[in-house]
Structures are given as structure tokens and as C-alpha cells.
Design a protein around this ligand. Sequence first.
Ligand code: ZN
Length: 320
Amino acid sequence: MSTGFEIAVPDLSAERLGNTDTPGVWAFDSGTAGPTLLITALIHGNEICGAWALKELLAAGLRPKKGQLVLAFCNLAAFDTLDVAAHDAARFVDEDMNRVWSSAKLDQPVTQERRRALELRKWVAAADWLLDIHSMHEPSPPLMMTGLLKRNVELAKRLGVPQHVIMDAGHKDGTRMRDFAQFGDPQSQALALLIECGYHGDPSSVDTARNVVAHFLLESGIVDADDLPGHWMLAQKGPQTVLQVTAPVVAMSESLTFSEPYQGMECIAHAGTQIGQDNDKPIVTPYDNCVLVMPSLRQLKVGVTVMRFAHELPADPERQ
Ligand SMILES: [Zn+2]
């Protein structure tokens, strides 16, 4: 297992200016009717694969043929503190920027992240399609996090990448951008996906970010395949599996430990298998064939999600 940080930190001195009245936000309007796409990177300051993808899209001069394309470098203040030797510390400045997306929190802009989220809010509110690009604390296959709404699961299946699609309800400690306002509204048509591209420092996370961005842009219809950098689209590796998260494992104490050095996507055959302990109480799998999603103790604090339990859904849940 490599925990080395093998990606160069991108120079964002030009990109951070943006071409709008919001620093770090670039908007390109085709002038023709069509959806508004928002692609976001750096919601967490140490997750730089998305920043590389957006930087390269800007360098390639990609413009939409219809609708509007908006690219946003989100938590630049946290990114500015990034030291790859201690990259976890650059996740945020004051609080996790992917837990602040509710009116209750945004109405109290008491942290750097809430103030930045308020600047970004109008772009989020105006988007019809959102792709939010993240990476992970530990080495893991890429995961597409769809939330629970069927329309987003369907979009993930149309993209066809990555292999693992995860339906999850988000976090107890606050709302993610991808669940904010129209994106969490069952009556809306707005589409939102969050891609976890693999380990923060793994060069393959940049390949995954480019590949998913390319599929997302193409599926929206605002660009043609010829418009995309040729090497961005990767061959699909095998069929997709859709996993539904049934419960998060939320830390009750800072003494929580796992029984094994889990990396994620392990399938535990038997219900009741102990996979860790917290406050001297065993943590056990709730059902047979339970899949462990994104186990990590790197941000361990009381109330933080350290793992999710999931089970595989049939290939076409519509028919069930
Ligand atoms: Zn993240």
C-alpha cells in the first residue's frame, strides 16, 4: 500500500482568478439554450485531482456548444495551506466545506468555509448538472457517490464509469453540496454526482477525474466527443455494480479502531463479524455480504463517519 503523495501540486495562480465576479469561478456561456453544468474541484483543499482536471480543461480551451459550462475551484484558502508531507491538515481551514450546505449554516457565516460557500452559492443554485470531484484518504478504487435519488443513479449508469456506484444518504454532521437545494429535492430534475477518484496522492486519481469529467460533459450534450482532449476517455473496465449504503459507522470516541487495515470494498461474508471497536464496544457487520465503503481513521473525531456499510443492488433495481 502506497501512502506516498505522488501528484505535483498544481500552480493555480492564473486559474484562481476566474473570469466571473467570483474568484476561482470560470463560466462559459454558449449563448444557446441548454443545461448549465457546474464542475467543482477542491471542496477539500488536499484533493487536487479535480484541480488538475479543471486546469487542463481551461488550458484546452474547451467551450460548450450549447448551455453553459461553469468550473469552480472551491476551497482555495485550504488548498493554499497544502503541504504534501502533512496533506490531511489542508482538508479545510475552519470546518469541512462539504458539511455546510444548508440555509441554517450558511445564514451564520462564522467560518472561512461558510463564507466561501456563500460566494459559490449562486453558481450552485443555478446549476442543472453538478459533478463534484473528490479524492480519498486511503488507497481505494474510485467510487461514484449518487445520493439516494434514482435520477442520479440513472445518470451514473449512463456515464458507465467508474465501476463502483454508491447510493448513500450523506453525513449526519452536515449537508453536502451535492445534496443542497435543488439537488436534494425529489421533485426537481437537477442532477448531481460526487466522484471519489481514489487516494489523494495517487496519479491514477487524475486519470479518473479526467475520464469522469469527459463522460459527464459528453452525456450532457453541451460538447461533442471531438471537443475533448483525446486521451481523457478511458476504456471501461467491466460492468458497473451499484451498492446501497445502509448505515454509516459514526465515531463515538477517538479510541475507535478497525480490526484489519481495511482499504475499502471488502465484502464480509457473515453478519455479526467484528470489524472494529469503539469505546470498547465491538463494531459488527449487520448482514451477510456486507461491503465496507471508505474506511478511514485519518479524520477521526467524535461524530465523524469512519466507514459505511453497503450491500450490492441487483443490476436493474427498477425490476425489483
Ligand atoms: Zn473530499
